[in-house]
Design a protein around this ligand. Structure first.
Ligand code: GDP
Ligand code: CA
Length: 314
């Protein structure tokens, strides 16, 4: 069994490559997804990162954005505007079906893990690829800006991640428990892959759940934990990961990301453009691997997943 830790777009791109290695090279893949971005809008429970992973692995994601459903329309949003609303969060008409089903099931008492597994099955994702939330409990990422603490989507979508970030916190963490299957995967997976997701607000909440770091740190000998850098040449390909690292006082580079994962990973994948950072990564006690990591399409995702499989089997 392999486990992957993922946020949204960057995570889903590598997850799709790993899925392409199942069930032949990887018998059983568990993808543990950040839910710190989850929020309620129009009474609907929205799980942006889970949806990005579901749509990408279900083969229906919008290839331009990496999120949302390909070819989706916005009739509902248009009518909300006509009715005088300010629809700041993009909700496609087809996308709404996911939020309706999820909200109905949660209201009926199902946990988010069960709801997610059910959506994955309905989207035709094979049973040996299990997409799961990091927790069934509510954990909400909040961002500190010069205007105070903001809920994550307020910062990320409404204010277009333009504010400087001075701190990040995960509300609800003290009462939250990781999903038992996710914790078990951290302990027993042959390979744990940290996808190239935002280390602060995508991987960060997963690692912050009680017990997750311990489960990762105290794994049996011979098992491999490998991370892929989302930062290439000092920049995020998309989104605020670079500015967040800077705001929180970390070095804005793949090396800065590697430092966040000291003690948690054995291997670290740097993009070919960052080959010069490999010796510094090695000094952190990780094996550096320099590979092309930009996943422009499914073939590139598969190539990176295959390269990772070679690294861990070498
Ligand atoms: P979000 O939840 O949609 O913001 O997505 P993630 O947290 O999963 O991923 C965001 C990060 O993915 C950004 O920091 C990007 O730099 C990184 N990213 C996106 N696409 C790629 C890619 O093809 N290769 C690599 N190495 N990183 C990527
Ligand atoms: Ca996200």
């Amino acid at each position: 069994m392999w486990a992957a830790l993922a946020g949204g777009v960057g995570g889903a791109k590598l997850a799709r490559g790993l899925m392409a290695l199942t069930p032949v090279n990887i018998a059983d893949l568990r993808i543990i997804v950040n839910t710190g971005d989850d929020f309620t809008l129009h009474g609907l429970h929205i799980s942006p990162d889970i949806d990005t992973v579901l749509y990408t692995l279900g083969g229906i994601a919008n290839p331009q954005t990496g999120w949302g459903i390909a070819g989706d329309t916005t009739k509902v949003l248009d009518q909300l505007t006509t009715l005088g609303e300010d629809p700041w969060f993009w909700l496609g008409d087809r996308d709404l079906a996911t939020h309706l089903l999820r909200t109905r099931a949660l209201s009926a008492g199902d946990g988010l893990a069960k709801v997610t597994a059910d959506l994955a099955r309905r989207l035709g994702i094979p049973a040996w690829v299990r997409i799961m939330p990091m927790s069934d409990d509510v954990v909400s990422t909040e961002i500190q800006t010069p205007d105070g603490w903001l809920p994550f989507q307020e910062y990320f979508v409404r204010r277009r991640h333009a504010d400087p970030v001075s701190d990040v916190r995960f509300a609800g963490l003290a009462r939250a428990r990781p999903l038992p299957a996710a914790l078990e995967a951290m302990r027993s997976a042959e390979v744990v892959v940290f996808c190239p997701s935002n280390p602060i607000v995508s991987i960060g909440p997963i690692l912050a759940l009680p017990g997750m770091r311990d489960a990762l740190a105290h794994r049996q000998a011979g098992r491999r934990r490998i991370a892929v850098s989302p930062i290439i040449q000092g920049q995020a390909l998309k989104g605020p990961a670079d500015r967040m690292l800077e705001g929180l006082g970390y070095e804005v580079s793949a090396l800065g990301v590697a430092r966040l994962y000291v003690g948690l990973v054995d291997d670290f994948v740097l993009d070919s453009a960052d080959a010069d950072l490999a010796p510094a990564v090695a000094q952190l006690g990780m094996r550096p691997h320099v590979l092309p990591t930009i996943m422009t399409d499914a073939a590139a995702s598969l190539a990176l997943a295959q390269a990772i499989a070679q690294v861990v089997q070498a």
